[in-house]
Ligand binder design. Structure first.
Ligand code: WTA
Length: 641
């Protein structure tokens, strides 16, 4: 941990907010919720039936009303989205334009029979029609489930089946690094045999030839005659706004379900506190809307505030590594929010590239998704922020809905420490505990937990209350288990140390080892597989796979490797491609059959078994030692080949 600290504040010195929140977090959030527009106020602020929280019970509102309608009298002509296509196309949508499109598309969905409570899967690239689709769902009370457009057809299919979506919205193709990803083909594959999918709405983006089926309808045809009048549905505060699938420790992704009133309250508050948003700002979050950061801080957070934001379609290093700086210069971006992986990549290319752009409009910088190394933090601070912008390192999860740990320069002044996400936001009580749930002393590593409900928290896992209870609320009594390791230092600053479970964070993307392993074993020559993450200087973590082949397989290893990688790409998606793949004769396991990933990691990192101090689950030291030796031998042999 770095002992340096940086005093960059933006002049906000509110101390009352924290005080109120610590005295009574329920009435504190009650106050915050009043900043949204409600059709009917709530009767009860929090109905806490652990571990199920209902926020603002009895309150009636609409997310799209809060994002669009309420800005029309003051901000109709203000740009909402400054869209930049990967190929240099650009488009500006004002609040009026966005409102118009959303209402029209709401009527399209209605005309196709969509009703309040129905689910809709959205599989689109980063184009304005993606937030338009989401807001239209929200307007009529349909629950959207956005699937990242880099996921494979089988991942998409699992999500469509689990959510029982009646409609899938996609495009003919999406641009990625100058080539076209044929999204429509992926969707055709995914919905084969799914009778409950009634229609596919197809946006023309790349003009890639497509085969039209009876369920397909072109976006532009449907929109042509659709009426621009559509009243927002009056929805209860706990109405499900969206499902977002995320990886956990089991083979199947979990459908994290978010409500409306609590979720929006969390975003309304954190967007202001963290980003210090002002009417004159130009906000740019580089996240894809397919992940939670895009839901919360590309779509709902900025639009709730009537902010102007840049939305970029493509890859951050296309056509070259200066693309982000070019966009910041072009749109005079004032607030920039990105990932440590992107920063590590930019940093590798040196200072000269960012130094040759005008980045002087920047006033605040943020990161999200993975721990940021102090040296990258300092580079960001010095080279991008020119030592005048605070950096907010924001820790949160798909499940938390919005930021939970972060400096809040829009609220208060705080000393920043490179690599620390500082403190919990007001109203959230966190601790670092040991296996038994006891708080560990300062500067000791432990599990990060949250000890009270917060408004952005997930309602449950879609269709599986039991799993919701067991995954998050069973390890510790009355506390939410985050799955992360952390340390709290002597000054109360939190330092995140990565996942404590079998979830990987590769280039900031959340990937479950079990999902990966199940796609590897779906190759007919594979008997068993184990995957773990090893440190990577750009991606934070890289995937390494150990594969045991079935008896008697004589195929060439290179051929097999190529086939297995293909299997992973089609099972999960290209983001899950392993960095290294080794064939081994057996896997080290505990007596109860659990694969010992820490051992695999140690082998891959060329560490000694003694470094893997405590062995899990009663595995005998001698058994483990022999498995380790054997594996190390076959690993070394493999490496030579
Ligand atoms: C990790 C992303 C360190 C963490 C918003 C968490 C972080 C997981 C940070 C959730 C951060 C997120 N510092 N680690 N600032 N932010 N993480 O659901 O391990 O994609 O549990 O949500 O990302 O990933 P998810």
């Amino acid at each position: 941990m770095d002992s340096e600290s940086y005093d960059i504040n933006l002049g906000n010195k509110d101390t009352e907010t924290r005080k109120k929140a610590s005295e009574d977090f329920i009435s504190f959030w009650d106050e915050q919720a009043k900043k949204l527009s409600w059709f009917t106020p709530w009767e009860k602020t929090l109905d806490w039936n652990p571990p199920f929280a209902k926020w603002f019970v009895g309150g009636v509102l609409n997310a799209s009303y809060n994002a669009l309608d309420r800005h029309q009298s003051t901000k109709a002509e203000k740009p909402a989205i400054l869209w930049e296509g990967e190929n240099g196309d650009s488009k500006t949508l004002t609040y009026k334009d966005l409102f118009f499109q959303v209402k029209k598309f709401s009527n399209v969905l209605k005309s196709l029979g969509i009703q309040k409570g129905d689910r809709i899967t959205i599989y689109l690239p980063m184009v304005p029609e993606l937030p338009i689709s989401m807001l239209a769902c929200a307007r009529i009370g349909a629950t959207h489930t956005v699937v990242f457009s880099g996921f494979s057809s089988s991942s998409l299919k699992d999500r469509i089946i689990d959510s029982k979506s009646k409609i899938v919205i996609t495009a003919d193709g999406g641009f990625r690094r100058g080539s076209v990803v044929k999204l429509k083909e992926v969707v055709d594959d995914a919905i084969q045999g799914l009778d409950f999918v009634k229609n596919v709405i197809l946006l023309e983006r790349t003009k890639t030839p497509v085969n039209l089926n009876s369920k397909d309808k072109w976006w532009h045809d449907l929109m042509k005659d659709s009426s621009p009048d559509c009243e927002p549905e009056k929805l209860s505060s706990t109405h499900p706004l969206y499902i977002l699938y995320t990886s956990g420790t089991t083979g199947k992704p979990k459908g994290v379900l978010h409500g409306t009133g609590g979720y929006l309250t969390h975003l309304q508050s954190t967007y202001k506190w963290a980003f210090d948003i002002k009417d004159s700002d130009v906000f740019f979050c580089t996240a894809d809307i397919g992940w939670v950061t895009g839901h919360s801080y590309v779509v709902y957070g900025p639009l709730l505030h009537g902010a102007t934001e840049v939305m970029y379609e493509g890859s951050p290093d296309f056509p070259d590594i200066s693309r982000m700086w070019d966009i910041i210069q072009k749109y005079k971006v004032t607030i920039f929010y990105t990932t440590p992986t992107a920063l590590r990549m930019f940093m590798k290319f040196g200072d000269e590239i960012p130094n040759s752009f005008d980045l002087s409009t920047l006033r605040l910088l943020g990161t999200v998704g993975e721990p940021i190394n102090p040296e990258v933090w300092k580079w960001y601070y010095k080279i991008i922020g020119k030592e005048k912008c605070p950096i907010i390192d924001t820790w949160w999860q798909t499940e938390t809905g919005g930021m939970i740990l972060s400096p809040l320069p829009g609220l208060e002044s705080i000393l920043l420490k490179p690599g620390s996400a500082t403190y919990p936001i007001p109203g959230v009580d966190m601790a670092i505990v040991n296996e038994d749930g006891k708080e560990v002393p300062p500067n000791n590593k432990g599990y990060l937990i949250i000890r009270n409900p917060w408004p952005g928290m997930l309602l449950t896992l879609w269709g599986d209350d039991e799993k919701y209870k067991s995954v998050y609320w069973s390890k510790y009594e009355n506390a939410y288990y985050t799955g992360d390791y952390a340390i709290k230092d002597q000054d109360g600053y939190f330092w995140l140390l990565g996942r404590a479970d079998d979830v990987l964070k590769v280039a900031g993307h959340r990937i479950g080892t079990a999902e990966l392993e199940s796609s590897i074993v779906s190759h007919s020559d594979v008997a068993e597989a184990a995957v773990c993450g090893i440190p990577h200087d750009v991606k934070g973590e890289a995937i390494i796979a150990f594969v045991v082949l079935k008896e008697g397989i004589k195929k060439n290893e290179e051929t097999l490797r190529t086939e297995i990688v293909k299997e992973i790409r089609s099972g999960v998606g290209p983001i899950a491609t392993p960095e290294q793949l080794y064939f081994v004769s057996r896997l080290p396991k505990t007596r109860s059959g659990k694969i010992m990933r820490r051992l695999l990691k140690a082998i891959a990192k060329n560490e000694k078994i003694g470094d893997v101090s405590t062995l899990e689950d009663g595995a005998a030291v001698s058994e483990v030692q022999s498995a380790f030796d054997e594996l190390q031998k076959s690993f070394a042999k493999n490496k030579k080949n």
